[in-house]
Ligand binder design. Sequence first.
Ligand code: IPE
Ligand code: IPE
Ligand code: MG
Length: 248
Amino acid sequence: MEDFLSQIDDAKLPEHVAVIMDGNGRWAKEKNKPRVFGHKNGVTSVREVSEACAELGVKFLTLYAFSTENWSRPKAEVTALMTLLVETVRRELKTLSKNKIRLHAIGNIEQLPKATQKALLKGIEETKDNDRMTLTLALNYSARWEIMNATQKIAQQVEQGLLKSADVTEAVFTSHLETHNMPDPALLIRTSGEMRISNYLLWQLAYTELYFSPVYWPDFRKNHLYEAIVNFQQRERRFGKTSDQLQA
Ligand code: IPE
Ligand code: IPE
Ligand code: MG
């Protein structure tokens, strides 16, 4: 396999990388194993990608771990995912701190099972002073829910006379999103060959570079991440301008 790490330009790193970790079920099915076996093996990839991003100097890594739509899966799979989450957060806390990684979560956290919330909040509290990279888990996350939520909060402020409708700017709106303290992702990676957004960070992805990898999430390793970053660095981010304007 080609070595992609040596091709990365440290001066052009994406500050924020978002990932849709997909393909656990298909990975397991190909091995004649239950879907949960795929989820369990996906934890190794989470570790690899977190470590690789922290080592490179990426400041924000946001992983889609459970969508609000994922509640529609068989009950046993949902329960297994929640258990895996609690176990993983508990087990990885020391490593996170050793690597100076701060844990964070976005989504409708209050609607998660109590044990999940507890493990998560403990992890967030224990790592709050780490400043090398912020690792955010999107849990019970839905971008439309996030946007609706922000809209309701703003509407309430207008209703109470605290804000004028004319003052509802993009900056005000952004400040009410779950991601209010992060830059928008520069790069989005989705694994497993699916090419859709699945209700992830709809507002924040407006100008994100999209990268689709055919690799199933449990097989995704550091070099796959490096490959995605090399590909990202070869692109010209024009933000509406012409190529000539950017060269000038
Ligand atoms: C991603 O893998 C993990 C979660 C959505 C929790 P999937 O479970 O979606 O795997 P596939 O897409 O069925 O292969
Ligand atoms: C998106 O994956 C959610 C997560 C990765 C947590 P899904 O596998 O649930 O997405 P769809 O339903 O196939 O679009
Ligand atoms: Mg899937």
